[in-house]
Design a protein around this ligand. Structure first.
Ligand code: NDP
Ligand code: MG
Length: 385
């Protein structure tokens, strides 16, 4: 019998993590869940551990270690705490693929640890590639491991490239829903509330990415993610707003032919494909019906009102640590917006400010990224204190 695929899910209690568990549950003969982790949602982590019986769990917030340890005392499950443990559990022999479903810069170190240990990566945590795409992709190449995209747009591009990996890409188009504020003016955006920004029209996701989608930062991060995943130049990556979120992205080849990947918006599909590639497993996910969508529409993104998209292109063109600074600033700005300490438009204002104020290193080492991340967070906080 074929060996089962050992999976570690970093961030199993989140939006991607819980959907990944549904995928794993559907194919018990194929997957062997080895590791699950959470930041602080101990209750859900305990529940998941009892149900799935992984080899190990990590609770990053170490004040919750005894809660998790006691709850799982009668189970044959190792319990670890602290962020360093994330880097250790990905190295276990039984782990073949690491799904990075945690949010933000915190994903960088464990992703590098997994690559160094020779594990394939199913990458949801786009911030890792935004911050340090050069180091991450270079190490993956050296180790001969694959990074399978989970992000729906990048999964779409990847699916279009299957059978075409030897053919050069002329251009890619990343589709964007436009978020809840598509068509809004700067004046309208000035008074946007947290509740309004947390209502995405097409996708249910974690809080950070939902705000990023509303501010178009998410699309900016995805442009940088695409550059690293598919080895593209900035001018080869375009964004097109497609409010129905049915066409998940497109590739244009050098003969002018374009391929698109389509389907109803459901993250379980790209999660599953990242874990089962090159195979497609049969699902009972709802199917697309053309009559429900008599029109698929496309329009330009409003980059003047939604500054973050241009800031991401600027960071990508500058290279070095520019995107690391932008990402750090954005993580702080989103946090402050969610705490209702700054307004919606202050997110992009903060990001622009930090990108200009933070030091810049053209050829950074890992330690340089760590330093620029910390400095940029500090600058973003100081601007608002
Ligand atoms: P959620 O906020 O829903 O979940 C995040 C997960 O990571 C939770 O398990 C959380 O634990 C854990 N976590 C949070 N902070 C840390 C930290 N500092 N260290 C370790 N673990 C942490 O996020 P999503 O699932 O929405 O997104 C995860 C990643 O996937 C993001 O990078 C996002 O951009 C990307 N992505 C998400 C999509 C989606 O549909 N949700 C689509 C495409 C990409 P706890 O529950 O305890 O807080
Ligand atoms: Mg996406």
């Amino acid at each position: 019998m074929q060996q089962k695929k050992g999976v570690a899910i970093l961030g199993s209690t989140g939006s991607i993590g819980t959907q990944a568990l549904e995928v794993i549950e559907a194919y018990p003969d194929f997957f062997d869940l080895q590791v699950i982790t959470a930041q602080s949602n101990a209750q859900l982590l305990i529940e998941q551990a009892k149900k799935f019986q992984p080899n190990a769990v990590v609770i990053v917030d170490d004040t919750l270690y005894s809660t998790v340890k006691e709850a799982l005392s009668s189970e044959d499950i190792h319990v670890y705490a602290g962020k360093e443990a994330l880097c250790q559990v990905v190295e276990f022999n039984e782990v073949h693929v690491v799904l990075t479903a945690l949010v933000g810069y915190a994903g960088l170190k464990p992703t590098l640890a997994a690559i160094d240990a020779g594990k394939d990566i199913a990458l949801a945590n786009k911030e890792t590639l935004v911050v340090a795409g050069e180091i991450v992709t270079q190490r993956a190449r050296e180790k001969g491991i694959n990074i399978y995209p989970v992000d729906s747009e990048h999964s779409a591009i990847f699916q279009c490239l299957v059978g075409e990996f030897h053919n050069p890409i002329e251009k890619i188009y990343l589709t964007a829903s436009g978020g809840p504020f598509r068509g809004w003016t700067t004046q309208q955006l000035e008074t946007v509330t947290k509740a309004q920004a947390l209502k995405h029209p097409n996708w249910t996701m974690g809080a950070k990415i939902t705000i990023d989608s509303a501010s178009l930062m998410n699309k900016g991060l995805e442009v940088i993610e695409a550059k690293w995943l598919f080895n593209l130049k900035p001018e080869q990556i375009d964004v097109i707003v497609h409010p129905q979120s049915i066409v998940h992205s497109l590739v244009q080849f050098t003969d002018g032919s374009m391929k698109a990947q389509m389907g109803l918006p459901d993250m379980k599909l790209p999660i599953q494909f990242a874990l089962t590639y090159p195979d497609r497993f049969t699902t009972d996910f709802p199917r697309f019906n053309f009559m429900d969508y008599p029109q698929l529409t496309f329009e330009q993104a409003d980059r003047t009102t939604f500054r973050n998209l241009d800031l991401a292109y600027e960071a990508m063109n500058r290279g070095g640590t520019a995107a690391c600074a932008l990402n750090a600033s954005n993580e702080i700005a989103v946090q402050l917006f969610l705490e209702e300490k700054i307004g919606f438009l202050d997110i992009a204002r903060t990001n622009e400010w930090v990108m200009n104020e933070a030091s810049f290193i053209q050829k950074p080492s890992y330690e340089d990224y760590v330093a620029i991340d910390a400095m940029s967070r500090e600058i973003a906080f100081t601007k608002h204190s």
